[in-house]
Write a protein that binds this ligand. Structure first.
Ligand SMILES: [Zn+2]
Length: 168
């Protein structure tokens, strides 16, 4: 139960009364006088989506190293770009290499798409009167973007040339 005007959480307030934040009247018995959607669940949902979006590139990066280690075990030495073709080591590395391509195509664009979508929704909301409970979401989104960018930079820097090796 939140105020229609300022989205203040009215839980724990009197059944009928005024919003302590902006003074708008509400009646707990009349759902048209307050916002029915629990803003806490919306906030939680945004948090989880942001965390998921930020972690996609990290999951992809970790998977790369997993394939690299599996290839190392199969070969007996660390795989070298253009010399140890992932598809020629064994069927398992070849299969993981294929999953790597699918993961790259799916996860690399997914992170920014979800984050920009959440930012867009947040931006539209902030134009209205929904500012309350909105700022922590924005902080979380910015953090999510930083975490994503850091992961993307690491993948781009390609330590040990794992990406270069898999790309071959
Ligand atoms: Zn209010």
């Amino acid at each position: 139960m939140n105020c229609l005007e300022c989205n203040y959480n009215l839980k724990g307030s009197a059944e009928i009364g005024r919003c302590p934040e902006c003074g708008r009247d509400f009646d707990a018995g009349n759902p048209t006088t307050y916002r029915g959607v629990d803003s806490h669940s919306v906030v939680k949902y945004t948090y989880w989506l942001t965390a998921f979006a930020a972690s996609t590139v990290w999951i992809f990066g970790l998977f790369q190293y997993f394939v690299f280690v599996v290839a190392r075990i199969s070969l007996g030495h660390w795989p070298r770009p253009s010399l140890d073709d992932p598809s020629h080591i064994n069927w398992f590395v070849s299969f993981l290499g294929w999953i790597w391509v699918v993961l790259m195509v799916l996860t690399i664009p997914l992170g920014p798409i979800v984050l920009l979508m959440l930012l867009g929704v947040g931006g539209i909301r902030s134009l209205g009167h929904d500012r309350r409970g909105h700022r922590p979401k924005m902080r979380w989104l910015v953090l999510g973007m930083l975490v994503w960018c850091l992961g993307f930079m690491l993948v781009r820097m390609d330590p040990f040339e794992v990406g270069t090796w898999l790309m071959d």
